[in-house]
Ligand binder design. Sequence first.
Ligand code: CA
Ligand code: CA
Length: 134
Amino acid sequence: MAVGSDGGVDVLTNLGPGGFSAPVPNLGGSFSTALLALDMDGDRAVDLVRPDSSGHLLVLFNRGDGAFEEVATIESPGTSTFHQVVAVDLDGDDRPDLAFSAGVQGLLIARNAGKRKFQPAVDSAAGKWIEELA
Ligand SMILES: [Ca+2]
Ligand SMILES: [Ca+2]
């Protein structure tokens, strides 16, 4: 289980029925307002997506042993405020893309280019305040 906090993202390992380990800081150091857990690279290991406080969206790829490595940093020019992040395959290539609401910045879309790479975020709702996504 991953938990966003003011210190970044903490990871609690599932120890079996009814228990988790103590939280282990994993790539901490910046504030997380939204957190998404799913397999972004198709290796069947759950990865994490979270914004930092500097206007970047970070994709932390699961090494397969419960630890995560930050591999992809998606720039989102002009904003440091993220309200919500969702993943959905927007272009039908079977790779989840990322959409995130950024308040006055609108709706930003970052397409998954495969091989742990993402295209730069594009504002898809210029001039509109977007806070919630479904
Ligand atoms: Ca993965
Ligand atoms: Ca896609």
